[in-house]
Write a protein that binds this ligand. Structure first.
Ligand code: EPZ
Length: 417
């Protein structure tokens, strides 16, 4: 990872080609799911992300081994000796709670710190815990920790009040080694869920229906190691599309699955971009002037909440007013304040924001408040007049593999200090 600050001189249209890395939100659950197997798994061409390093630390703290051979990450969970995800590790990265499913399946018990809120919301885990209870898990909570144990997971029919990505993943992993069949209804449909199901099936699992609202998991007695390459990162890809759109660029992305970006592509076309899809490429040609258009974030296949901040940055340069409704998280507008420092005209009203454009963005000293807010500030800075310094860039390193180098490669004046 580079220095703590990202420095950008704005005003350069992005031109050229960027290669997209493997998906952060696919590789994290896949690494955790490797705990289900007592023989090693190989994750091919895993993205180099801070969150990948953290999840590997979590697995090492449980007694598993993780090591890199070139760009491939190996996970060997033949020896699991601990069943606790400590306080500071869970506070550092919420995805650590995904160890619950595999540890309950393999060890029959797990103790995790309840994830606190974070910048974007309270982020409870009630849906995870309710699903585990239906599968024969006893829970107790004390001093901010959840202790869960079972005499053997059993298949259950679970209805998720909200199509939670994490709850769907946690329950799918537990169900893979449970006795009997589990049905998850109102399941999350994200592509990362499908990728995780494919990975578990490569280990010998029996999961059907991933990517739809009803997922059926037939428990098996054991799972063995396999090798897997995760899907490309649709949010990283979408972020670079927005960067090209705001700078009047002409950009080609390689290693993308256009199907995973449908709502983002549709919206970029609506605001005036020309987008052409190749086999595993996307090309975007930005218009001279952008039109304003509204969005409402929704669970997949709706417009992704993880693209909301980046879209808000883009709309500061569009002609007219745009309304942005954030329905997934209750506090995901922290980036608005920082964009205002660059000259944006944004009014927040509860869970919706109104952006008046176009405004002349000026370079400023700003700070990332979460991963995607950081990406939004990079996007705004690329189109701003003058010099921007973005601090707290560790947030950006969590989910963007080599962001500065990739943007330098297409003409951006960006450095790390
Ligand atoms: C995953 O988080 C992603 N993270 C998030 O990406 C993404 O924003 C989110 O899904 C929604 O798409 C990973 O995959 C590692 P949820 P997750 O459970 O699983 C509520 C990024 O920028 N909820 O679908 O935590 C919750 O409070 C990150 O890459 C409950 O109420 O998301 C939230 O409002 C940010 N109870 C909503 O559901 C629960 O038990 C969506 O949460 C669980 C969730």
């Amino acid at each position: 990872m580079g220095g703590d600050k990202i420095i950008i001189e704005g005003g350069v249209p992005l031109k050229g080609t960027i290669n997209v890395s493997g998906a952060k939100n696919a590789v994290l659950p896949v690494i955790v799911a490797s705990l289900l197997s007592s023989t090693p798994c190989r994750i091919i061409d895993a993205p180099q992300l801070a969150d990948v390093e953290v999840i590997c630390q979590v697995l090492e703290s449980l007694g598993a081994k993780t090591y890199w051979v070139g760009k491939d990450l190996y996970v060997d969970a033949s020896e699991i000796s601990h069943c606790e995800a400590s306080d500071e590790i869970v506070q550092k990265m919420r995805a650590s709670i995904l160890v619950m499913g595999p540890l309950l399946a393999r060890m029959g018990k797990v103790r995790v710190s309840q994830p606190g809120g974070c910048a974007i919301g309270t982020r409870p885990i009630d849906l995870h815990l309710k699903g585990f209870e239906a599968m024969g898990v006893q829970m107790s909570k004390e001093q901010g920790y959840v202790t869960a144990q079972t005499n053997g997971l059993r298949g259950a029919r679970i209805y998720l009040d909200f199509p939670s990505v994490g709850a769907t993943e946690n329950l799918m992993m537990a169900a893979a080694l449970a006795k009997g069949t589990t049905v998850i209804e109102n399941a999350a449909e994200e592509p990362e869920i499908v990728d995780l199901a494919n990975f578990i099936n490569s280990m010998g699992g029996r999961i059907r229906g991933a990517g739809t609202k009803i997922i059926k998991i037939e428990g098996v007695s054991e799972l063995t190691g396999c090798e897997h390459q995760v899907i490309p990162d649709r949010i990283e890809a979408g972020s670079y599309l927005m960067a090209a759109a705001i700078t009047g660029g002409d950009l080609t992305l390689e290693n993308v699955i256009g199907d995973h970006l449908k709502p983002v592509i549709a919206k970029l076309v609506e605001v005036g971009c020309q987008i052409t899809e190749g086999d595993s490429t996307l090309h975007i040609l930005a218009p001279q002037t952008l039109s304003a258009a509204d969005i409402k974030t929704l669970p997949y296949p709706g417009f992704p909440t993880d693209m909301q901040a980046q879209y808000m940055a883009l709309m500061t340069r569009a002609q007219g007013a745009s309304v942005i409704a954030e329905t997934v998280f209750e506090n995901r507008f922290m980036h608005a304040e920082e964009l205002r420092r660059m000259g944006a005209d944004i009014r927040i009203n509860g869970r919706s924001a109104v952006v008046e454009g176009p405004c002349r963005l000026q370079g400023a000293m700003v700070k990332a408040t979460d991963l995607r807010a950081g990406a939004a500030l990079v996007i705004a800075a690329l189109a701003a007049e003058g010099h921007t310094e973005i601090s707290n860039t560790y947030y950006i390193d969590r989910g963007y593999d080599n962001l500065a180098a990739k943007l330098q490669g297409v003409g951006a004046r960006i450095t790390r200090r």
